[in-house]
Design a binder for this molecule. Structure first.
Ligand code: SF4
Length: 356
């Protein structure tokens, strides 16, 4: 049961007692709460149209955090403490938490450019909430390398963060996007020496990825999101336009630059795709040395998929089991990833099946 609990929580979500805070909007685990179950941080949805029907709820019982299932206590858990760096501001008065957030329990994450060229177009990804946190003033449009390095240094010293994730909205000028990620990475690395993960669209010219390597990036995510082409066209039209052969070229170049197990691709479960397509795609990724990071759909309020439900456990658990076998056969593991979403693992149940 313990092995399945994180997946069940991510499929159903959890109702919070009124004493808990919520965060809404964003590009990553945008709304929700991080709960530590058996020492592993799990990001669990707390808002959305399906949460009210979830049997799970979180209560504070005599100072302890306890998960209830249909009104009965089933598991005592912990919550990561609010990071100390959240109380700080830059010299210009920008709150540190508007520059980068704690994800999981040890990962500092920032969307360095919070706008996407596809946001106001029909090609916008249906699951993405990148500009929602701008609308709610929870973050700023652009984080400077100096701000990011300052926050990373403080978060490392005050809160023991051990790796950094930098993502970005897709920019009309792809060279600018990569150069900006590189500039941010170089300064963070110079100031903290922390392992850094970046995420970006597959660049047209693979040689441009060398810039990221030279700037100190350790791991990279090039996310295809879905291997079912019909579903991808509906869910992420801007990604479906890119030929699979080009993704493979980019993943291969990333493996050459960053190494085996240091490259990943998100595969979202619950978009309407067949599990077979995801498993075949995951198999292809494993052959290349790329980690297929299976994540359940997170229907963030305000996104085009806000009324969808996350995948049921009957759908996602067999997927985790099959992909975990592929990972094992290929010698890939979240434990060997140096930084980023795979290293953190909080948005997926897959790590629970890798060694089960
Ligand atoms: S390309 Fe898609 S996933 Fe990426 S920021 Fe734009 S809308 Fe979001």
């Amino acid at each position: 049961m313990d092995q399945l609990l994180p997946s069940c929580l991510q499929s159903k979500g959890i109702n919070l007692h009124s004493s808990y805070n919520r965060r809404e909007g964003g590009a990553g685990p945008a709304e929700g709460i991080t709960i530590v179950v058996n020492g592993r941080p799990i990001s669990v949805p707390t808002t959305g149209t399906t949460i009210a029907s979830s049997p799970y709820s979180l209560h504070n019982v005599d100072g302890n955090h306890v998960i209830f299932n249909n009104g009965s206590p089933i598991k005592e858990v912990t919550l990561p403490p609010s990071p100390r760096y959240y109380s700080l501001k830059t010299a210009r008065g920008v709150e540190y938490r508007k520059i980068a957030l704690l994800h999981g329990s040890r990962c500092l994450a920032s969307t360095v450019l919070q706008q996407c060229t596809y946001w106001h177009s029909p090609e916008r990804c249906t699951f993405c909430g990148i500009e929602l946190s701008l609308q709610s003033h929870a973050t700023s449009t652009q984080k400077t390398p100096e701000e990011l390095a300052e926050v990373a240094k403080a978060a490392s010293q005050l809160d023991g963060i051990s790796h950094v994730t930098l993502t970005t909205g897709t920019q009309a000028d792809a060279s600018f996007e990569l150069e900006y990620l590189a500039a941010c990475s170089a300064l963070i690395k110079a100031e903290t020496n922390l392992p850094i993960h970046v995420q970006c669209m597959p660049p047209r010219h693979v040689r441009s990825l060398e810039l990221l390597k030279e700037s100190g990036v350790d791991t990279i995510g090039i996310h295809i999101e879905c291997f079912d082409q019909k579903i991808l066209k509906k869910a992420a039209p801007c990604k479906a336009r890119i030929d699979l052969k080009h993704y493979i070229t980019v993943w291969s170049e990333c493996i050459r630059l960053f190494g085996f197990n240091q490259v990943s691709s998100f595969l979202i479960a619950g978009l309407g795709e067949k599990n077979r397509a995801t498993i075949d795609g995951a198999s292809l990724l494993c052959e290349l040395g790329v980690y297929p990071f299976i994540v359940p759909l997170r229907p963030i309020p305000g996104t085009l998929l806000e009324r969808h439900a996350p995948p049921d456990t009957d759908h996602i658990i067999p997927l985790y089991q099959e992909v975990a076998s592929l990972l094992k056969a290929a010698g890939l593991s979240w434990k060997n990833s140096k930084a980023g979403c795979v290293r953190c693992g909080a948005c997926s149940g897959l790590p629970d099946f890798e060694h089960g």
